[in-house]
Ligand binder design. Structure first.
Ligand SMILES: [Zn+2]
Length: 396
């Protein structure tokens, strides 16, 4: 990246960092399932719009049966929700005169619920015009989230990701109003997740924590939560993969994903996410899988810029000890990630990337990340293009 662009990016990021204490960040209130009816009555919700995917219907029946109020179940959510999917949900919400949303699902369900809520209160603003930062700025209907994966942290973030199916463009919408009001953790709901979902969503959470931590806009609070998340993931992710019914480990992973969410919603993600979104938009590569593969590769590319911070994480998690210098400790941490992927049967390359698609994907990744993400090392579109070749596993 040329020097003028670098200066522009760093000034832009510094302004956002200085603004952090002034911005209305909040976290959802963590409540028990037993209190859900009280919350609904406190929020004066007479009819609840429940967004989920139809694979979960059997699993969530006990929750539905416990509700004291009317509800409508919208269960047509697919992975990587599109603009049309949100519009269909919004019409259903309005047709059924609902007054609040309960999202039960993984990242796709939660993101669709957030954007559906945004469209309900902003009927004249298209989803395309919500792309980027602070284009909603209006209170959504009450949103309660029960996550069924331990990864996205979407129940605590101001981000929602949507795919424009016409342009194969997947992009985040960021607004404080998208932060849900309440969340409920039910580890039993995630006990029987397919093992590849357990592994890749867990790696998504790890990527959130690490990208937030190595970025240049951390605060005392976000460092605290990022470190806490990394420790919990190192201690519990492999265990949930090997012993999926270990409820304690499942609960720890729900909290890990939540803490990582708190960290990155304030301190941002970085190029790993920007590239993963571009791959998701073009090839529908599952988000967690893309992040898992890109994470160690990108950390190696960052090189010396992240030695100190990765070494700190390595020592905190006992992956390295005090006798290792920063370079050695940082490499141990990256090798730990490569090994963790391998042990959970996650591939180390994405072989389906096509040459002809790389320029447009790099364009989108550049557009998403620069100047917003306070990454340790700035890369322009051409430099980002090279990374797709590395991720594919062939030289340019
Ligand atoms: Zn993510």
């Amino acid at each position: 990246m040329n020097i003028l662009k670098k200066i522009y990016c760093r000034i832009y990021q510094t302004c956002f960092k200085l603004a952090i204490p002034l911005l209305p960040y909040r976290s959802p209130k963590i409540i028990e399932l037993e209190n859900l009816n009280n919350i609904l009555s406190k929020e004066s919700i007479k009819k609840l719009f429940i967004i989920t995917d139809n694979n979960l219907i059997k699993l969530i029946n006990p929750i539905l049966n416990s509700l004291n109020i009317n509800y409508f179940v919208y269960d047509k959510v697919k992975p990587n929700p599109t603009i049309n999917d949100v519009e269909a949900a919004r019409i259903s919400y309005l047709d059924n005169n609902c007054e609040g949303i309960l999202a039960i699902g993984g990242g796709s369900v939660i993101d669709l619920a957030k954007i559906c809520g945004a469209r309900v209160v902003k009927p004249k603003k298209s989803i395309q015009k919500m792309e980027g930062l602070l284009h909603i700025c209006k209170k959504l209907p009450p949103l309660i989230v029960i996550p069924t994966t331990a990864g996205t942290g979407s129940e605590t973030t101001l981000a929602a990701v949507i795919t424009d199916e016409v342009n194969n463009h997947k992009y985040p919408i960021n607004d404080f109003s998208l932060i849900p009001n309440y969340t409920i953790f039910i580890p039993e709901l995630i006990m029987d997740l397919p093992s590849h979902i357990t592994s890749t969503t867990g790696m998504d959470a790890l990527t959130h924590a690490i990208e937030a931590f190595i970025g240049r806009s951390t605060t005392k609070k976000t460092r605290y939560y990022a470190i806490k998340a990394v420790k919990l993931i190192v201690e519990n992710l492999k265990e949930t993969y090997d012993n999926p019914h270990n409820l304690k480990a499942r609960t720890n992973m729900l909290y890990a994903a939540h803490y990582a969410g708190i960290a990155f919603t304030i301190s941002y993600v970085g190029y790993i996410h920007a590239i993963a979104h571009s791959l998701g938009g073009k090839y529908k590569t599952p988000h967690g899988l893309a992040n898992a593969i890109i994470l160690p590769i990108m950390l190696e590319i960052y090189g010396k810029k992240v030695y100190k911070k990765l070494a700190f994480l390595a020592r905190e998690t006992n992956i390295a000890d005090d006798t290792d210098d920063n370079a050695v400790a940082s490499k141990k941490f990256i090798n730990y990630i490569y090994n963790l992927n391998k042990e959970m049967n996650i591939p180390n390359k994405l072989k389906d990337i096509k040459d002809e698609d790389i320029p447009l994907m790099a364009f989108y990744a550049n557009k998403e990340a620069n100047p917003l993400y306070p990454v340790p090392l700035l890369l322009d579109k051409n430099e980002l293009e090279n990374i797709y070749y590395i991720i594919r596993g062939q030289d340019e």
